[in-house]
Ligand binder design. Structure first.
Ligand SMILES: Nc1ncnc2c1ncn2[C@@H]1O[C@H](COP(=O)(O)OP(=O)(O)OP(=O)(O)O)[C@@H](O)[C@H]1O
Ligand SMILES: Nc1ncnc2c1ncn2[C@@H]1O[C@H](COP(=O)(O)OP(=O)(O)OP(=O)(O)O)[C@@H](O)[C@H]1O
Ligand SMILES: [Mg+2]
Ligand SMILES: [Mg+2]
Lengths: 256, 256
């Protein structure tokens, strides 16, 4: 049975997509079967793994709105053990369409139920908001991974995110816990980065991953080739960091 | 009569708030009367100018949902010639509440009409999405300023943004034009930055501002003091860049 993990933070640009794609890839390289669900209308995880989000194939929109079975929307990626339910431009309208639907918060949860047994991990890349798409992601998940930039605005947004998580836990999904906070784009040369990390560790204590992801330009180059970092540049600082994170999450030290 | 400018881009973390706060402040320092409207539920412009977004005062939510007059929600900031209509945490629910309302796209436009004569510029800081809040911002505006990070995912998102702008122009607001693209967080040492800038200039030609905003840590420190960059550190590279941008927009070379 898969562990379902939401990668969520309503603050924009904190590394949700980069963390989803590269953590999933490093775990798949350890022989685990991994599925990524891209529920962000921007479709960056879809694009970052080499897919076109404007094609006519069925995708996460069909799963959410027309109850298409998950097996019909899952695509194999070019990378072993890694599948994806891609996003699509139609998803932009989904939030408005879902508002008046029955059971609007549990559509993704019900859609993923039949395929949980086929995977070890399912990661859901969420959009930068706390609307119905992110709610669907949180309701469907066992835990939440929170990517965090070392910036003042990102720190301020944590309060709203934590209160949304506890509302979802109370009303829809009692099993939801925080998987951990991943510090991203860390630049040790700035005192701001160091101050924010201290604040995060004070607030989250042992729920902050030991692995810190440094700022590394290779991570932002890889998506333009449609590849995760461990394929694009295995020797980069970015690849090493996401490899350590995968080891921390799975307990499996090395990729096969 | 104020020029109303939306600062919009659904890609998260590209510098919408940083550009709104610092451009508005540099224009106010040239003796122009400026209003910022913070329509992002995150409330980062509100926070970045020293306000608390959890207080009970009336705010942009009341303007949108209960037709409270703008004069009742406008607050003076600590900075001369610069006012704000602050955001509030209640705004998170506004998108869902607006869906079934009459004239849901034109609420901000009608709300700002009575105060247009009191300002020279009105900047609207938008959330990282293309939902009803951003639509309200585009419908209310004369033009759109697009902050752009020099990154692959940000470049990919431009297509969706441009098609949303043309849909709004056709259906709601025929006067809407692109004010310009502002290149943000530019780091000349990476070839990715240089490649993306070339792509943007090819696509937008003369609608890209000459002023390029460099990556500068002082810009991300200023919000924690509730100050725009020209107050926090007037001698920084970030302050100089936003000062040049304000000169480019207004044609007024120097702050008073
Ligand atoms: N550690 C890093 N070092 C350098 N660049 C990074 C790093 N992590 C992410 N980036 C780049 O920063 C930008 C923002 O990251 P990303 O798109 O993953 O964030 P996000 O939270 O998914 O954004 P959104 O809120 O729009 O969904 C991207 O262009 C990405 O390539
Ligand atoms: N030129 C710059 N140099 C360094 N840091 C910057 C610069 N511009 C913005 N930042 C920082 O980068 C982060 C993202 O910027 P900002 O919050 O303004 O983007 P945004 O588009 O408003 O994000 P969101 O999509 O969440 O609304 C912030 O922490 C900000 O302080
Ligand atoms: Mg993303
Ligand atoms: Mg912002």
């Amino acid at each position: 049975m898969a562990r379902i993990i939401s990668v969520a933070n309503q603050k924009g640009g904190v590394g949700k997509t980069t963390t989803t794609v590269n953590t999933a890839s490093a775990i798949a390289a350890r022989g685990k079967r991994v599925l990524i669900v891209d529920i962000d209308p921007q479709g960056n995880s879809t694009l970052g793994l080499g897919f076109d989000k404007e094609n006519d194939d069925e995708n996460v929109y069909n799963l959410l709105i027309s109850d298409t079975p998950a097996v019909n929307v899952i695509k194999k990626t070019a990378f072993e053990n890694l599948d994806i339910i891609p996003s699509n431009i139609e998803l932009t309208g989904a939030e408005v369409e879902l508002v008046n639907e029955e059971e609007r918060e549990t559509r993704l949860k019900r859609g993923l139920e039949p395929v949980r047994k086929d995977y070890d991990y399912i990661f859901i890349d969420s959009p930068p908001s706390l609307g119905l798409l992110t709610l669907n992601s949180l309701v469907a998940s066992d835990s939440v991974m929170i990517p965090m930039q070392c910036e003042f605005y990102a720190l301020d947004g944590l309060g709203q995110l934590l209160s949304t998580i506890s509302i979802v836990k109370e009303s829809f999904n009692p099993r939801l816990v925080i998987e951990g906070v991943v510090i991203t784009m860390f630049d040790g040369r700035t005192s701001l980065s160091i101050q924010v990390v201290e604040e995060i560790k004070k607030k989250f204590k042992d729920r902050v991953y030991d692995t810190v992801i440094p700022r590394n330009v290779r991570l932002s180059e890889a998506p333009s080739f449609g590849q995760p970092i461990d394929v694009y540049d295995r020797n980069s600082k970015g690849a090493a960091a996401y490899d350590r994170l995968a080891a921390e999450i799975t307990g499996i030290k090395e990729a096969h």
